[in-house]
Ligand binder design. Structure first.
Ligand code: FEO
Ligand code: CA
Ligand code: CA
Ligand code: CA
Length: 599
């Protein structure tokens, strides 16, 4: 119990001790149950998962790899929509070294790698994209995936997707396989996302550049644009077997990725739509906020060092219950980028063709060029270069907008600014924006720093956690976050490790208001090697769903760590069978005996 001079935490649970081991850990009194793992069946006919005999045909029917974003969409008409809904899941990327036996000890982060075959590449392509799952909570309090659901779906790197908005059909999106420039095969590197009030799922293409290889012909007109987003990134070997990923053969294919994709999870036969009005860059996520005038605001970060925070405002309002009016709402509106001023104001600078520097003289012939090269447009507008913007989420109670800035080890001490005050910034920070009178469409907000992350015990780190934070309660590298229905902020991290911070990634509760503002508290932690993704609360706050991504991966920051492989992963979570590699999994956290999380 809090004493007279100690303010009471808004988060009531016994804190988890920070650390790293082969298992996950949740606060005492809670259950953390695996809901679905890589390879588990999603569609009818899916064969039992066998990592020694995996095929692309099997993977297309099974849960994909590296679950990232999780969105919960209540089932319309359900007796209790907090216990029956759709879970939409992104599958961001693949860890070949942990997925496939016998690949040896190569570094995948260089160019492709020797052990890859066309058949393995096709498995990887089938393990990307996303999944729609129907889930129910039983009378025993446990969540289960509904077998044989009519909504079950897998999206992957070959699924046909239509292009909508200003870049649809533009010559820069046309390829030899698609002279229309309106039909793309697949979505890749789907990091975080969002759900809309009209029941669709937004999935965000992030590090798409890594999938492209080859060399652009000398003097090619896309050279400047491709270089600005790092195409070709040569992270994987897909270009060796699929010509469209070779920029020398298909220079425009890369312009067809880096978008936000809208999917109707209630119609498994629907064709997803790339919404080009929201701009092309390395989208972390897409938080959807209905403004008080009904217009829809989407906040989205561009996750790379020195990139920006963006906002899209629809031209028309959302009309509850009118599916036709809402269907293509995201095709018309204004994309803006943030400039954080020293006086504590944020200006939203519109990316509108013909305005300011966004003219033909600067290589923007139309709005299509502006959205395709959104980064270059933001450069010309003077937007603030941030420390890797990840998730952006709104607190529904206060209207405050939280921006996760995960880290930037490349920022120099003489290149800081008020909103990015540390150089280098290995542990990241969280910026809080306040729209005036709760108007998310306003041209100007105010901003503040909620917390500078890292170990408060090391003065040189410059962390600003509240002194009430325990040695377990601080964290580095905020990535995703969730605000529960009581308006409390929960942070998921990416990049903590034994070597970097003496702790695994996990979910930390963080006070945002009152005398404890900036106090952190550890609720759940991942097994070794994993990143924490996808935190989302069910509508009754009784369940926190989280996504454990790439368990068993080796610590990139540790030059002495043995490289993790299929044969020798850092953990075999969650099965702990000698015949099973580690498996990315979705976990449902509930309170033993029932009740809201953290109360
Ligand atoms: Fe895929 Fe920005 O993390
Ligand atoms: Ca991720
Ligand atoms: Ca992320
Ligand atoms: Ca990250």
């Amino acid at each position: 119990a809090a004493g007279a001079d100690v303010p009471a935490s808004r988060f009531v649970f016994p804190e988890v001790p920070a650390g790293v081991d082969e298992r996950h850990h949740v606060a005492d009194g809670y259950d953390a149950d695996v809901l679905i793992r890589w390879g588990d069946p999603v569609l009818p006919g899916a064969p039992p998962f066998d990592p020694m005999k995996q095929t692309a045909a099997a993977q297309r029917l099974q849960f994909g790899y590296n679950n990232d974003y999780l969105g919960y969409i209540p089932m319309p008409g359900a007796a209790n929509p907090a216990r029956h809904g759709l879970l939409v899941v992104n599958h961001e990327y693949t860890n070949e070294e942990l997925m496939f036996p016998g690949l040896g000890r190569q570094d995948l982060r260089s160019v492709g790698f020797e052990g890859m075959t066309p058949a393995l590449v096709d498995i990887e392509m089938a393990a990307h994209g996303g999944a729609v799952l129907e889930i129910r909570r039983g009378d025993d309090g446990k969540w289960r995936v509904v077998d044989g659901s009519r909504y079950a779906r897998r999206i992957d790197a070959t699924t046909p997707i239509d292009v909508f908005g200003p870049a649809a059909g533009h010559p820069r999106l046309r390829t030899s396989a698609d002279p229309s420039g309106r039909r793309v095969l697949g979505t890749i590197n789907n990091c975080a996302g969002g759900v809309t009030p009209w029941g669709t799922w937004l999935t965000c293409e992030e590090n798409f550049h890594g999938y492209f290889g080859g060399t652009l012909p000398d003097g090619h007109p896309e050279a400047r644009s491709h270089a600005r987003v790092g195409v070709p990134g040569n992270w994987v070997g897909w270009a060796r077997y699929h010509e469209r990923f070779d920029v020398g053969r298909e220079p425009n294919e890369a312009n067809r990725f880096g978008w936000i994709v809208e999917i109707d999870p209630f119609d498994p036969t629907s064709t997803p739509r790339k919404r080009t009005a929201l701009g092309r860059f390395k989208h972390e996520g897409a938080f959807v906020q209905v403004n008080r005038d009904g217009r829809v605001v989407v906040y989205t970060g561009d996750d790379e060092v020195f990139e920006r925070v963006y906002r899209f405002v629809t031209a028309r309002p959302y009309v509850p219950g009118d599916a036709a009016a809402n269907r293509d709402l995201l095709d018309e509106g204004t994309l803006s980028v943030a400039r954080y001023n020293a006086d504590g104001s944020v200006e939203w600078l519109p990316l509108v063709h013909g305005e300011g520097p966004l003219t033909a003289a600067n290589g923007f012939a139309s709005q299509a060029d502006v959205v395709i090269e959104a980064r270059r447009a933001a450069d010309l507008l003077g937007a603030t270069r941030m420390d890797r913007p990840e998730d952006v989420e709104v607190d529904p109670k206060t209207g405050k907008v939280f921006v996760m800035l995960t880290n930037n080890t490349r920022r120099k001490p003489d290149d800081t600014d008020p909103a990015n005050p540390r150089g280098a910034n290995p542990f990241g920070h969280i910026v809080e924006m306040t729209p005036p009178d709760g108007d998310h469409t306003a041209a100007r907000f105010t901003w503040d720093i909620l917390v500078r992350c890292g170990d408060p015990a090391i003065a040189a780190v410059g962390a600003t956690f509240h002194p009430a934070t325990s040695r377990d309660g601080w964290f580095g590298m905020p990535d995703n976050c969730a605000v529960d229905h009581m308006g409390r902020l929960w942070i998921a991290t990416d990049g903590n490790s034994a070597r970097r911070t003496g702790r695994a990634d996990g979910v930390w509760a963080l006070e945002t208001e009152g005398p404890l503002r900036g106090a952190g508290k550890l609720f759940y932690r991942c097994p070794v090697g994993a990143e924490m993704c996808g935190p989302v609360f069910g509508p009754d706050d009784e369940t926190l769903f989280v996504a454990v991504q790439h368990p068993g991966e080796s610590d990139e920051s540790d030059p002495n760590a043995p490289p993790a492989t299929f044969e020798a992963p850092a953990t075999r979570w969650p099965d702990f069978s000698p015949r099973m590699p580690p498996r990315p999994s979705v976990v449902a956290i509930t309170r033993r005996g029932g009740g809201k999380i953290g109360t």
